[in-house]
Design a protein around this ligand. Structure first.
Ligand code: F6P
Length: 344
């Protein structure tokens, strides 16, 4: 059995750990051969391959990024690209393709599976916004990095009696902001799922200034969050990637300026950006990623094509690929009472 692997979309701590688990289990338990395709779907379109042996992947348990490289190439934009992918799968004698990615990458895998390609998915995103799985690897690391950063903002904000606004990733799903805000003791946390009223936000900030108060404030804001007074999410420019996504960013600065104007407190904003995606995965993500990789080898053995490995409770199970990309898993309303307590 010859297995192709690719990683697509934004990189994520734990990708190498998944590849490691999959290759080690596939070779040792089942005697599979592995071929890596470089830079996501681009590698399958352009036939950019890399041999993957156990000795190549064994040292990568803690190495961030992806040894295969990644891209946001979208082969569904042109039927000719799909034909090239099919041709290169045949040319490389690939029996099964494992796509490790988020909704865009898995959306392509779902389409290929519907065309008869034996495809298996492994969910990846720091945003934790894929349905059908409780958690994706990389999320724990992103929250740990953001929490440590906000912990550090507390001491500088305290020294200067400032309001510090930290913008974290999470396009339409505020999981990173929610967890970071709670874990790092933010005075107010803004999510894409819940419009923020500027007066309420400023009230929370003002609450922290005055006699017997700590005289600084911390605000955590998800990149996709909006103020009730705004109509659109903040974007860096007008451009869109191959899947039609705009580059989000800038809400932290807008919020910081609005707070300064309304309250008169000195404010600063920090954009955590890609720091949240870089570097080694946490121990939890290493374990989760290893389990996903090993489970995918068993899915291949069981012929569970058109499916994705998913964490449900403490079990990894196979779910139809289409379920993963059906809808974005956003922060549900059951979290709002918790948020209200920590925001008030
Ligand atoms: O998909 C994860 C994510 O980190 C989003 O939260 C963010 O908006 C996006 O990727 C940015 O990715 P890039 O700058 O690599 O296009």
């Amino acid at each position: 059995m010859r297995v192709g692997i690719l990683t697509g979309g934004g990189d994520c701590p734990g990708l190498n750990t998944v590849i490691r688990g999959l290759v080690l289990a596939g070779v040792k338990r089942h005697g599979y051969d592995f071929v890596g395709f470089r830079d996501g779907w681009k590698g399958l379109i352009e036939n950019l391959t890399l041999s993957l042996k156990p000795e190549d992947v064994r040292p990568l348990y803690d190495v961030g990024g992806t040894m295969l490289g990644t891209s946001r190439t979208n082969p569904l934009s042109d039927p000719a690209l799909i034909e090239r992918i099919k041709g290169n799968l045949v040319a490389n004698k690939i029996d099964v393709l494992v796509a490790i990615g988020g909704d865009d990458t898995l959306g392509v895998a779902t389409a290929l599976a519907a065309m008869g390609v034996s495809a298996i998915g492994i969910p990846k995103t720091i945003d934790n916004d894929l349905s059908a799985t409780d958690t994706t690897f990389g999320f724990d690391t992103a929250v740990a990095i953001a929490t440590e950063a906000v912990d550090r903002l507390h001491t500088t904000a305290r020294s200067h009696h400032r309001v510090l606004v930290a913008e974290v990733m999470g396009r339409h799903a505020g999981w990173i902001a929610l967890h970071t805000g709670i874990a790092a003791g933010a005075d107010y946390t803004m999510l894409p799922e819940k419009e923020t009223d500027l007066a309420e936000l400023c009230q929370a900030v003002n609450r922290e200034f005055g006699p017997q108060r700590k005289n600084y404030a911390i605000v955590v804001v998800s990149e996709g969050a909006v103020l009730a007074q705004q109509s659109d999410m903040a974007t860096q420019d007008e451009s869109r990637d191959a899947f039609g996504h705009v580059k989000l960013g800038g809400i932290g600065k807008q919020v910081s300026k609005a707070i300064a104007a309304e309250t008169g407190h000195e404010t600063r904003d920090v954009l955590l950006g890609h720091i949240q995606r870089g570097g080694p995965p946490t121990a939890n993500d290493r374990v989760l990623a290893t389990r996903y990789g090993i489970f995918a080898a068993e899915m291949i053995n069981a012929g569970q094509f058109g499916h994705m490995a998913a964490l449900q409770g403490n079990e990894i199970v196979a779910v139809p690929l289409a379920n993963a990309t059906d809808e974005t898993k956003i922060v549900g309303e059951q979290w709002f009472p918790i948020l209200d307590i920590v925001n008030s």
